[in-house]
Design a protein around this ligand. Structure first.
Ligand SMILES: Nc1ncnc2c1ncn2[C@@H]1O[C@H](COP(=O)(O)OP(=O)(O)O)[C@@H](O)[C@H]1O
Ligand SMILES: O=P(O)(O)O[C@H]1O[C@H](CO)[C@@H](O[C@H]2O[C@H](CO)[C@@H](O)[C@H](O)[C@H]2O)[C@H](O)[C@H]1O
Length: 523
């Protein structure tokens, strides 16, 4: 049965009295949204993309509710202001989240996972409300808006000249762990719906447009976007709500590819005999060649960004400020994750070294950068590596993410990712084997594996740096003080990120912090 006929079957069953059917009107939309607010308040914090995890939601207010489709199903574009308590002293922060709210008289079985709840009482008694990003009948409608750009209430849909937007494709939500929600349309397009919305242009759109203008082929081609003005924000530029771009069909995710190579270290029969610490590319497949190409692609993106967008140079006082900002982030992270405390003095020394004039007074160039580069933000296509998701670190305020920064920040972040891929292998191995005398002892295989994983990370980090230099970037290995400070800054960010989102992964950045504090070789 096609998606259309499924939808018609639901509609034909006839809306019960007081259902979604009335919500197409302005008053109906507002009433439906008000009725759904209590359900939304308990549903939101459980969503993967909800950025304010762990802090109680104290208030939720609709900022804008735009009826997009009338009848059953009804579709409402919703911007919600969500207030949360920050600490013990009754302070609160507010964020704006984007939601496509759907309402139907009956819930189709296929949408179970998207359910927000069933309204009870009032004119909408019995109406089911759910996240429309998972309803292919409704995501298809969104694509048609991009094909015929223009205004829908406060929402403005824009298309790049020449962009092909085929009609009739349904959008399916990708299942990957995401900070946002992406919908794949056929094998041609992918639409990212930004979940936490900030006033002003989203860097993902801004940098994609700039790179497309510069003729870069290292990004998915942007096709269209939609935006709105956030009332009361004081920001003159509209807030970006979604970005439609080329879907890289058949491309391999960089993180998956790296893990596959690193996992061969333990699955190939040779691994158990090759215990002499030799370079293991003969065992694991030659990922170093890919890392080199990825480094080169990163440099090409940096050069293209520097060609099309503003650049600058940090003077001594500004380098001091950069080091001080890293130190402040470390202090804040230490409060959130006290396990960092023992390493704090050594890490602070590394930041001080960055500010030390004996770093031979080299100027520090700044420019727009990716801002959250890691293997999962790169895809290998038949034509080479492509970088994705120029949004920057999702937790940082937009203004900070759009600042000019040293390009080495991206390089350091990618180097951390090689470390993650290698450490991920170890995390899956048992740390100890049973000892007949009782207790456990360190597995000899695990020691061997640790050496292989370390060697893999060292090799691939070096290949990435070499590729970066070959692509025209500054080889980060020539400025180890700078490199170390940025790697520490990223590892500290990761400690907080993992503590908040994936506590099981916390040991990965913590072991990097230990190593970086001791100023030891990678891994
Ligand atoms: N243009 C694209 N082509 C193919 N897959 C993509 C594309 N953009 C994103 N993806 C897939 O979706 C995942 C999440 O995308 P991303 O932009 O990183 O979202 P988020 O900002 O929500 O983390 C990526 O890791 C990748 O697997
Ligand atoms: O992809 P996002 O923009 O949502 O970035 C966030 O999530 C990333 C994890 O998905 C996180 O990256 C960290 O884990 C990766 C492995 O999953 C690893 O390759 C990265 O090096 C590591 O930083 C990223 O930090 C976070 O901002």
């Amino acid at each position: 049965m096609s998606d259309t006929s499924r939808s018609r079957a639901t509609v034909n069953s006839g809306p019960r009295s007081g259902t979604a059917a009335r919500s197409g009107t302005r008053a109906g939309t507002d009433a439906l949204v008000s009725a759904a607010l209590p359900l939304l308040q308990s549903w939101l914090p459980g969503q993967r993309w909800f950025a304010g995890k762990g802090r109680p939601v104290t208030g939720i207010t609709p900022m804008a509710a735009t009826p997009l489709l009338e009848g059953d199903p009804a579709l409402i574009h919703l911007l919600l202001r969500v207030e949360q308590r920050t600490g013990g002293d009754d302070q609160s922060t507010a964020d704006v989240y984007q939601l496509l709210l759907a309402a139907r008289a009956e819930q189709p079985g296929r949408l179970g996972g998207a359910l927000i709840g069933r309204l009870s009482g009032g004119p909408y008694d019995g109406t089911v409300v759910y996240d429309a990003a998972h309803d292919t009948d409704l995501t298809r409608w969104l694509l048609t808006r991009f094909a015929e750009p223009g205004e829908v209430g406060p929402l403005v849909f824009r298309r790049l000249p020449g962009a092909q937007i085929p009609a009739g494709l349904v959008g399916r939500a990708v299942t990957a762990e995401q900070s946002n929600t992406s919908l794949v349309y056929g094998s041609a397009l992918i639409l990212k719906l930004f979940r936490r919305v900030s006033p002003g242009i989203n860097p993902d759109l801004e940098l994609s447009l700039a790179l497309a203008r510069a003729g870069s082929t290292r990004i998915p081609r942007p096709a269209a976007w939609f935006e709105t003005r956030l009332a009361g924000s004081g920001e003159t530029d509209p807030a970006t709500l979604g970005l439609l771009q080329q879907f890289l069909a058949g491309a391999a995710d960089g993180w998956e590819l790296a893990l596959e190579h690193v996992h061969r270290l333990c699955s190939e029969p040779e691994w158990s005999t090759g215990r002499d610490g030799r370079p293991a590319d003969h065992i694991s497949g030659n990922f170093s060649a890919e890392s080199f190409l990825l480094g080169r692609a990163t440099a090409e993106v940096h050069l293209a960004l520097a060609r099309t967008l503003p650049v600058g140079v940090l003077d001594r006082a500004q380098i001091d400020q950069l080091a001080a900002a890293m130190a402040r982030r470390l202090d804040a992270a230490t409060v959130a994750v006290p396990d960092l405390l023992p390493y704090r003095p050594a890490l602070q020394d590394a930041f001080r070294a960055l500010a030390d004039p004996t770093r031979d007074g080299r100027p520090l160039r700044i420019q727009r950068i990716h801002g959250d580069l890691h293997l999962g933000q790169s895809m290998r296509t038949a034509d080479g590596w492509v970088l994705l998701d120029f949004e920057g670190e999702p937790a940082k305020p937009l203004g900070e993410r759009r600042r000019l920064q040293p390009a080495v920040r991206d390089v350091a972040a990618m180097l951390r990712s090689f470390d993650y891929a290698a450490a991920h292998l170890l995390a899956e191995q048992p740390a100890t084997v049973p000892d007949p005398r009782g207790g456990g002892r360190q597995s000899a295989d695990r020691d061997h594996l640790a050496r292989l994983a370390t060697a893999w990370a060292v090799r691939n980090r070096a290949a990435y740096c070499a590729g970066y230099a070959a692509g025209g970037g500054a080889d980060p290995r020539t400025d180890p003080v700078l490199m170390r400070a940025f790697e520490i800054d990223k590892a500290v960010y990761e400690v907080v990120y993992e503590a908040r989102h994936r506590p099981d992964w916390l040991p990965i950045p913590m072991s990097a912090v230990r190593r970086l504090a001791a100023d030891a070789a990678p891994m």
